[in-house]
Design a protein around this ligand. Structure first.
Ligand code: ATP
Ligand SMILES: Nc1ccn([C@H]2C[C@H](O)[C@@H](COP(=O)(O)O)O2)c(=O)n1
Ligand code: MG
Length: 241
C-alpha cells in the first residue's frame, strides 16, 4: 500500500498503482530475486510473496548538478545504498587492464562507457549488498544504458530524479571540485554537457512519459535542494512491504 500513497503524494501522473518491479523479468531475475529472499523461495512456485524486491531510484543531471552530494544525504537520512556508476567505473579504471585503459580514455573524452561494462559493475554491487533500497547515481546516461539495465537486471526504477541546474553553475562547481578527477577540466566538461543533451535527455523524456520523473530545481544551496528531495523519500513511502 506504500506505493499507492507514494503515487498520490508525489505524482498525480502515475497512472497505475501496480508495482512495476516484478514485471519485465529478465532471465537473470530469478537468481537476482534469490539474493533478496527472506529465505522463503519455493522453486516450484517461483518467487514467494516474502521475497524482498529491490527499490531502485535513478539519479540524473548534468556534470556538477549535485548528484553525488545529494545522494550522500539521502543515504545518511533514508538508509539507501548509494551506487555511483561513475565511481564504480573510476575504481575499475584504476586497474591498468585493457578495460581500465578503455574506461579512462572514455571518461577523459567525456563520453559514455559501453553499457554492458557499467551494468555488470552495478549488478555486482547490487548482489554484494545487504540493502534492498538502491539509489543509482549517474545512471542511465543513455537509452543504451537504460535498455541494457532492463535486459541484464530486469528491474525498473520506481523513481527517477533529475537535478535541473543551470550550465554556468554546473561548470563553476565542477571546476572548483578539486578531487583530482581526470574529467574536471573545461574541455571535458563542455563535451559532457553536449553528451548530456544528446544522450541523457531522451532518457529523461522516456521516464517522464512513464510518470516516473521528478524534476528538482538544483541551483540553490545543498540544504535547500535536499529539502525539495525529502518528501520523495519520507520513510514510510519507500519501505518495502
Ligand atoms: N548546491 C550546491 N551548491 C554549491 N556547491 C555544490 C552544491 N552541490 C554540490 N556542490 C559542489 O559541487 C561539486 C560537484 O558536486 P557533485 O560532485 O555532487 O556533482 P555531480 O552531479 O555528482 O557531478 P558529476 O556528474 O561530475 O559526478 C562538488 O565539489 C560539490 O561539493
Ligand atoms: N552511466 C555512466 C556513468 C558514468 N560514466 C562515465 C562518463 C562520465 O562522464 C564519467 C563520470 O561519471 P559521474 O561520476 O559524473 O557520474 O563516468 C559512464 O560512461 N556511464
Ligand atoms: Mg558525481
Amino acid at each position: 500500500m506504500w506505493r499507492r500513497r507514494f503515487a498520490f503524494v508525489c505524482s498525480p501522473l502515475v497512472s497505475s498503482p501496480k508495482s512495476t518491479l516484478i514485471h519485465n523479468q529478465a532471465p537473470y531475475w530469478h537468481e537476482y530475486a534469490k539474493a533478496f529472499t527472506t529465505g522463503n523461495v519455493n522453486s516450484e512456485e517461483g518467487i514467494s510473496s516474502k521475497v524482498k524486491v529491490p527499490f531502485i531510484t535513478f539519479v540524473l543531471g548534468g556534470p556538477g548538478s549535485g548528484k553525488g552530494t545529494q545522494c550522500a544525504k539521502i543515504v545518511e537520512t533514508f538508509g539507501f545504498a548509494h551506487l555511483s556508476a561513475g565511481e564504480l567505473l573510476r575504481k575499475e579504471m584504476s586497474s591498468n587492464s585493457a578495460k581500465g585503459v578503455m574506461i579512462r580514455d572514455t571518461i577523459k573524452e567525456g563520453k559514455i562507457v559501453p553499457s554492458e561494462v557499467t551494468v555488470k559493475l552495478i549488478q555486482k554491487a547490487i548482489e554484494s549488498s545487504n540493502n534492498n533500497k538502491f539509489i543509482i547515481d549517474g545512471f542511465p546516461r543513455s537509452e543504451e544504458n537504460r535498455i541494457t539495465f532492463e535486459k541484464i537486471i530486469g528491474v525498473e526504477p520506481e523513481l527517477v530524479i533529475f537535478f535541473d541546474c543551470i550550465e554556468e553553475e554546473m561548470v563553476k562547481r565542477v571546476l572548483s571540485r578539486n578531487q583530482g578527477r581526470i574529467d574536471d577540466n573545461i574541455e571535458t566538461v563542455k563535451k559532457r554537457l553536449e553528451v548530456f543533451v544528446t544522450l541523457s535527455l531522451p532518457v529523461l523524456d522516456y521516464y517522464s512519459r512513464k510518470g516516473k520523473l521528478r524534476k528538482i530545481e538544483a541551483n540553490g544551496t545543498v540544504e535547500e535542494i535536499f529539502e525539495k528531495l525529502r518528501p520523495l523519500f519520507a520513510a514510510e513511502k519507500v519501505s518495502i512491504k
